[in-house]
Design a protein around this ligand. Structure first.
Ligand code: NCD
Length: 322
């Protein structure tokens, strides 16, 4: 049984000091760069006619998704398949969680079936850290409440790296419902570790100002200020499922104050637009912005598969010499 939530890698040759991917707070710049370099190699594999390598033959990956997901779930499934791992998956509606089973018991039963890696999405912050403490499987966090979404942030910085020379001094603005966004938190960790400047922008009711001190970022409620001198703008969805009452007057008013429009693209001719998906067209991004050539949203999705291949390659136990 693992006695610490994140004991060092079993493979002494691995430059990674982690056994799990829970959040990015303890990953240093060398580790992040190593993950990105590995993902870049897998990105090339995805363009080959045969996109499968035998590396994880004999390794079993279980995906437990207790919250809805399109991109992350498919992407982890594809990544495991491309590496020839065996995969099983479970969602909340089809599982015994509906019958009152605890997360710990579900995970220990999954582990008893000899699963090597658990990919977990859960609405409770810290759920993956808890599993890492009470099971022996490698745990990969696929999003825990508003806390962390490390593979999303890693695929985001991988995508940025295709368009920039260096993270040093890069200006990235993250715009939207920051309070409830695990994507924002993990991106701040990755980007500040790599040397970028981060501005967080949103309505005052969705912008925790204490993040400014705690996470070494700038905060503003003014979209124009956030876009001034900005290289990359990342728009976020309003997380309706994580708030009881409306924290903004109306969708229309939100779009008028915080939505990115073709006019913003005209005024900032080098600005790139990112979004983790799912996009609410006409809210955080105008329809034409989503489809604009400077929106690199679908590259993020493609890179997500390569990045998750890299994470599985680096952290999953390899059972063959493949
Ligand atoms: C994000 C998530 O689930 O946190 N989506 C994703 O994983 N691509 C963002 C969101 O749901 O708004």
């Amino acid at each position: 049984m693992a006695d610490s939530p994140d004991t060092p890698a079993v493979d002494a040759d691995s430059p990674l000091r982690h056994r799990h991917l829970l959040d990015l707070s303890t990953y240093d710049a060398d580790e992040l760069r190593h993950i990105l370099d590995t993902a870049q190699e897998f990105r090339a594999v995805l363009d080959r006619p045969i996109r499968q390598v035998p590396t994880l033959q004999g390794t079993t990956v279980a995906s437990l998704f207790f919250e809805p997901s399109t991109r992350t779930k498919l992407s982890f499934g594809l990544a495991a398949g491309r590496l020839s791992a065996e995969t099983v998956s479970l969602s909340k509606s089809g599982s015994s969680v509906k019958k009152g089973e605890t997360l710990k018991d579900t995970a220990r039963n999954v582990e008893a079936m000899k699963v090597d890696v658990v990919v977990l999405r859960h609405s409770s912050p810290g759920a993956p850290h808890f599993l890492a403490r009470c099971t022996d499987s490698v745990i990969l966090n696929a999003g825990d409440g508003a806390h962390a979404h490390p593979t999303q942030a890693l695929l985001d910085v991988l995508t940025m790296r295709e368009h920039i020379d260096t993270f040093d001094g890069l200006n990235v603005s993250i715009i939207g419902d920051i309070t409830h966004s695990r994507v924002a938190r993990s991106n701040v960790q990755a980007l500040t570790t790599l040397g970028a400047n981060v501005t967080l922008c949103g309505p005052a009711t969705m912008l925790p100002v204490e993040m400014e001190r705690a996470m070494d970022v700038r905060t503003t409620t003014d979209l124009d200020a956030a876009l001034e001198g900005c290289d990359i703008a990342m728009a976020l969805r309003i997380q309706m499922e994580r708030q009881d009452e409306g924290l903004f007057p109306s969708i229309r008013e939100y779009h008028m104050k915080f939505g990115i429009t073709p006019d913003h693209l005209r005024r900032h001719p080098n600005l790139l637009i990112m979004h983790p998906g799912p996009v609410n067209r006409g809210v955080e991004l105008a329809n034409d912005v989503v489809d604009h050539e400077r929106a690199i949203i679908l590259s993020q999705v493609t890179n997500g598969v390569a990045l998750r291949m890299a994470i599985l390659y680096l952290l999953a136990p390899q059972r063959t010499d493949g």
